[in-house]
Every structure is written in C-alpha cells, then in structure tokens.
Design a protein around this ligand. Structure first.
Ligand SMILES: O=P(O)(O)OC[C@@H](O)[C@@H](O)c1c[nH]c2ccccc12
Length: 275
C-alpha cells in the first residue's frame, strides 16, 4: 500500500475528508517553501501538493502563473526542490505530491526522473498534460517505485474516458471542478456533484476535487457532495505571497486550520460552517 492510499484509508475509517493544499516551490524562496510544508503539515493538511515552477503553465490561472514566474526568476530548479524535499519529507506526516508539467519529465528521462523523486521521498505525481495514451509508460515504472501517478478527470471528459482514467489512476482521482484554468471562483458548479456520483459508479478509489475552492464553506460543500479530498491551490499561494515570508506563513497556517475544521464536520452535525 502506498503512503497516499494509506492516508485515505485512515481518513475514511474516521469518516474524514482529506485536505490537500497546493503551494509553488521557490515562491518566495525554497527556505520558505520548506517552512511552509511544515506549517501546513502541522496545521491540518493530510497530503501536500508541491508545484514545480514551469515557464509555460498552460493549466494555471494568474495567481499560480505569477508564483511560478517569481520562483523561476529566483532561479528555482527541480534539482534544488528535490534536495530540499530530501531533508524535509522525513519530518512530515503528510505525503508529498509533486506537481509538474510533462516536458521536464521527458527532458530528464522517465527512469531518471522517477528515481530522483523517489529518493527525495515524494509519494505521488500530478502531471496535468500527461496524455492518457502515454500514461502507461509512466504508471508502470512509478508504481514499481511506490510512487502514485494521479490522473485528472475534467468536466468535459466522456463517460468512456472517465472510466479509463478511474481505472488507471493511482492513489486517488483528481476531479477538476471547472473547465478552464486554476484560480479562485466565487461559485462551484453543481455539476461536480453529478461527476462525483458518476466516478463513484465506476471505481472504489478515493476522489479529490480541485480548482476554484478558496473558502471553508466551499470546501464543506465539496465534502457534502461526497468527495474524499479537497484540493486548494491559488488561495494558499496568494496568502503565502502577501507581506513578509513570516506573515505569509502565519496566514497559511490559519487558513489551513480553518479549512480542515470545516471539512471535519460530519454531515449529521448541525454545526454548518459559514465563511
Ligand atoms: O488553484 P486552485 O483553483 O485552487 O486549483 C488547485 C490547484 O492549484 C493545483 O492542484 C494545481 C496547480 N496547477 C495546476 C494545473 C493543473 C491542475 C491542477 C493544478
């Protein structure tokens, strides 16, 4: 069993939903990223998604694009991120998922990339532009190294494609809540609830929902729709970038706690959180 499946299994036994914050590595610097991982880990995160900054982030909205640009301007490189992680992952309770576009993987070579991320203690990978048709070449060697490759379902995916993705995805299924790029949305689409049911119908694997979630009430809503995990990116990235690194760290600590408290509430409770 992988670290990620293990995490969902334990949470599921307690009727809990996973909180999965996302931050960009190297924004404002790698030292702060290392601290942020620890702050999130202690603040209620169950799994943490760490983004490798990339120059052509097609799936990202303005907040994460700007964070990636700042990180690249500082000269953040994959090798340095992995080196930082190697020192930090043994101290964390939460498994780390590395978020990267596909090109940097191809550039290094799949085997080499996988062995370096495994050595850094990474538990999973999210690769938004990995074509399902090419996923097999990565899924097999990754699972041999105990790394989950998490595949994404989009609202536009056909029933047939949803089934194929659900079948191949490792660790959990990432359900993208909206068509478009990452970033804060004021309203979540009700369609997410139907998509969750549709995916449930074809797999027992956990399902986490991401894109557009920025408030405790939205996280609660997604949990009520039946998600096993809630992914929150842009809202964390924005808070971390405001003010000094210390101010950013304290802001994400508070936000993390409030999100976790919101999704811990069980559906039978009358204690519905308001934001
Ligand atoms: O930023 P949001 O809207 O909260 O979405 C999650 C997200 O940041 C993270 O999972 C992510 C960052 N960049 C991505 C690109 C594609 C898919 C997912 C992502």
């Amino acid at each position: 069993m992988t670290a990620i499946s293990d995490c969902f299994e334990t949470l599921g036994q307690n009727g809990e939903c996973a909180l999965i914050p996302f931050i960009t590595a190297g924004d404002p610097d790698l030292e702060t990223t290392a601290k942020a991982l620890q702050v999130l880990d202690r603040g209620g995160a169950d799994i943490i998604e760490l983004g490798i900054p990339y120059s052509d982030p097609l799936a990202d909205g303005p907040v994460i694009q700007a964070a990636a640009t700042r990180a690249l301007q500082r000269g953040t490189k994959l090798e340095q991120v992995l080196e930082m992680l190697q020192g930090i992952t043994p101290k964390l309770r939460s498994p780390i998922i590395l978020f990267t576009y596909y090109n940097p993987i191809l550039h290094r070579g799949i085997e080499k990339f996988l062995s370096s991320v495994a050595a850094a203690g990474v538990a999973g990978l999210v690769i938004p532009d990995l074509p399902l048709e090419e996923a097999a070449g990565l899924l097999q060697p990754a699972s041999e190294m105990g790394i989950d490759v998490i595949l994404l379902v989009a609202p536009t995916s056909s029933a047939q494609r949803i089934e194929a993705i659900a079948h191949s995805s490792q660790g959990f299924i990432y359900l993208v809540s909206v068509t478009g790029v990452t970033g804060v949305r004021s309203q979540l689409e009700i369609r997410v609830s139907d998509l969750l049911k549709q995916i449930r119908g074809v797999t027992d694997k956990p399902i986490a929902v991401g894109f557009g979630i920025s408030e405790a009430a939205q996280a609660y809503q997604v949990r009520e729709w039946g998600a096993d995990g809630v992914i929150v990116g842009s809202a964390f990235v924005k808070l971390l970038a405001q003010g000094t690194p210390e101010q950013g760290l304290s802001a994400i600590a508070q936000f993390c706690q409030s999100l976790k408290a919101a999704i811990k509430t069980t559906s039978t409770s009358t204690n519905t959180p308001v934001d």
